[in-house]
Ligand binder design. Structure first.
Ligand SMILES: Cc1cc2nc3c(=O)[nH]c(=O)nc-3n(C[C@H](O)[C@H](O)[C@H](O)COP(=O)(O)OP(=O)(O)OC[C@H]3O[C@@H](n4cnc5c(N)ncnc54)[C@H](O)[C@@H]3O)c2cc1C
Length: 299
């Protein structure tokens, strides 16, 4: 028999983990655990953290740092004004998770704790240089997102630690961003492959501070600095787009599995990146036209 505990303070959770860590299993939205309970058959205590006050907030911790509590749901992130204004890429990725029912239950902490290479928030967090806050009874540490995962289903978190939050440095200047995923169908499905990009947009249409990351195409999220370099300082054009797309295809480390084949994944990341960049190109053209019209009216 498994004991079920619903706790409301972070201190109580860390005390429990300290005392019973290996036997305990944290549950937030339950959208992963309840669908795949098999790996947790040995656990004796289920700790529901969905109502822990400290884990339920999105706040600006300092002027340049957003803190998102681990039990905040994907939908809450996608809808939050601070995320829409200052970390839009993460909002786009969270809005692409499953369906409205899954987004209303599934949390960002669960997405990280599950450590699936297909977790949609992860490439966005990688582009945004997020850090994971791991908290134990007497300690707290910050782990850069790229170092948080050891492999599929495995993280660096200890038995006595909970993911308390993720912290995201706010980017300066005007940004452009996209999150694109390919799945079996449009909604309610995990990614076969995903691509996230964020960059600073300059008034002369050049991009800078470009970051590109891919999900579900390797044992962990893949950062693609070569693709970022191909776009850095460039005004978007066919050559830069093709080069960046080629870099993404080359960086794929996928295997064939139940969701897709390595060959398809290698192909589709290039197409996803191209689609996203063409949308940015269109957006910038529209902004340019609007600017010209405004200048014409002033004359
Ligand atoms: C139909 C369906 C569609 C889905 N579609 C997508 C999709 O498109 N994209 C996607 O990324 N995912 C998808 N998922 C997977 C899932 O919804 C997400 O991974 C979600 O974010 C999990 O969050 P949760 O709160 O429900 O996690 P839970 O099931 O509660 O927990 C998952 C794991 O994380 C651990 N955990 C939870 N919170 C913490 C914490 N604070 N600290 C440490 N460990 C913690 C748990 O112990 C467990 O091991 C889908 C799932 C279903 C059932």
């Amino acid at each position: 028999m498994i004991n079920f505990l619903k706790l409301s303070s972070l201190e109580d959770v860390t005390e429990m983990l300290w005392a019973d860590g290996p036997a305990a299993l944290l549950i937030a939205g339950g959208t992963d655990i309840l669908v795949h309970p098999e790996p947790f058959a040995e656990k004796q205590i289920l700790i529901d953290i969905s109502q822990v006050e400290e884990l339920r907030k999105i706040e600006l911790e300092q002027p340049g740092l957003i803190k998102i509590g681990a039990a905040v749901t994907h939908q809450e992130i996608a809808d939050h004004p601070l995320i829409r204004r200052r970390a839009r890429l993460l909002g786009l990725a969270c809005a692409a998770v499953g369906s409205i029912q899954i987004r209303n239950l599934g949390t960002i902490g669960g997405n990280l704790g599950n450590a699936s290479p297909a977790g949609d928030s992860i490439p966005a967090l990688a582009c945004l240089k997020a850090e994971v806050v791991l908290t134990g009874r007497d300690r707290q540490r910050l782990v850069p997102i790229m170092e948080f995962f050891k492999g599929p289903g495995e993280t660096v978190a200890g038995f006595d630690e909970i993911i308390e939050a993720v912290k995201i440095p706010v980017r300066q200047g005007r940004t452009v961003a996209f999150f694109k995923k390919a799945g079996q169908r449009k909604g309610m499905c995990c990614s076969k492959a995903s691509v996230a990009l964020v960059a600073r947009r300059h008034s002369d249409e050049r991009l800078s501070n470009v970051c590109v990351a891919m999900g579900a195409v390797g044992p962990k999220v893949i950062d693609v600095p070569e693709a970022a370099r191909a776009l850095e300082g460039q005004v978007l054009g066919a050559q830069a787009i093709l080069q960046a797309s080629d870099c993404c295809c080359r960086a794929v480390r996928a295997i064939d599995d139940i969701r897709s084949t390595a060959k398809y994944r290698r192909h589709i990341v290039g197409a996803l990146l191209t689609e996203g960049l063409l949308e940015i190109y269109d957006h910038m053209r529209k902004l340019k036209k609007r600017r010209k019209r405004r200048q014409g009216r002033r004359r």
